[in-house]
Design a protein around this ligand. Structure first.
Ligand SMILES: NC(=O)c1ccc[n+]([C@@H]2O[C@H](COP(=O)([O-])OP(=O)(O)OC[C@H]3O[C@@H](n4cnc5c(N)ncnc54)[C@H](OP(=O)(O)O)[C@@H]3O)[C@@H](O)[C@H]2O)c1
Length: 239
């Protein structure tokens, strides 16, 4: 795979943290021209200190005019990675606030789709789009029915989009549990306990690092024979 991304133009939506930033790190090491986006200027600046990306841009995936303006300013894009999300929509269904679930869709489903739609006119035919979903789409774990709705909805769209938008390739990576700032809503102790509990039940015996997922993203970007695929990179969570 080495050097195949040299000079390729990559946009990572939600690239200032976690899986998006880890993907940016692998790609800059391969000399790709990477632009990362997010909503928070300070977070993007911190990310750019850690990873020498070509550019950063404050763009909210929920703001269509900002997306249109951003993509219109890009030259042809070879690869788009859509890693953004909020963290709402989890909880046992009997107690789940549907406003919270709506916020979950607003935080992930709509901005992912809107980012893709806004980018389409600028994507190179034969390039790739990789969305990040989540194992909750199929895990059937109590408390994740709402997340299943959000992530499952994206996953169901991927194969149809791959046919409709060919020769652009559309794929998704579905992670299990990944050690990223996404979990920072938990106090440090609770986060450590949660990760230990997951590690004990996963066949791989560990919670994933963001780089584990980034490697799966690079595979989908690189492999010109793969489209319409949901690549589960979940440590065996779904077994
Ligand atoms: N971590 C896990 O265990 C896990 C497991 C399964 C699936 N996933 C999925 O993996 C993807 C990446 O998660 P992560 O763990 O890397 O999360 P993260 O560390 O919280 O990073 C999320 C990134 O998305 C950006 N973002 C959020 N909302 C945005 C919006 N509306 N427009 C533009 N950028 C936005 C954030 O920056 P700003 O907040 O500054 O905008 C940040 O750069 C998500 O789709 C998540 O659902 C994660």
């Amino acid at each position: 795979m080495s050097a195949s991304f040299e000079n390729s133009r990559v946009i990572i939506a939600g690239g200032s943290s976690g899986i998006g930033l880890a993907t940016a790190a692998l790609l800059t090491a391969e000399k790709a021209h990477v632009t990362i986006t997010g909503r928070t200027a300070g977070r993007l600046q911190e990310a750019a200190k850690a990873v020498p990306v070509a550019a950063t841009a404050v763009v909210d995936g929920n703001d269509r005019s900002a997306l249109d303006q951003f993509f219109a300013a890009q030259n042809s894009i070879d690869h788009l990675v859509i890693a953004l999300s909020g963290a709402k929509g989890a909880g046992m269904f009997k107690d789940l606030s549907l406003d919270d679930l709506r916020a979950g869709f607003e935080g992930k489903f709509w901005p992912q789709l809107q980012t893709l739609q806004a980018a389409l006119p600028y994507m190179r035919p034969g390039g790739s789009v990789t969305m990040i979903t989540a194992i909750s789409a199929i895990s059937k774990s109590p408390g994740t029915a709402g997340l299943a709705a959000i992530n499952g909805a994206i996953e169901l769209m991927v194969p149809g989009l791959a046919k409709e938008l060919q020769p652009l390739r559309i794929n998704a990576v579905s992670p299990g549990v990944v050690d990223t700032p996404w979990w920072d809503f938990l106090p440090a102790d609770a986060k450590a306990d949660t990760f230990n509990a997951y590690a004990a039940q996963l066949p791989t015996g560990k919670v994933a690092a963001a780089t584990d997922i980034a490697e799966a993203v690079l595979f989908l970007m690189h492999n010109s024979n793969t489209t319409g695929t949901i690549l589960r990179c979940d440590g065996g969570f779904s077994l």
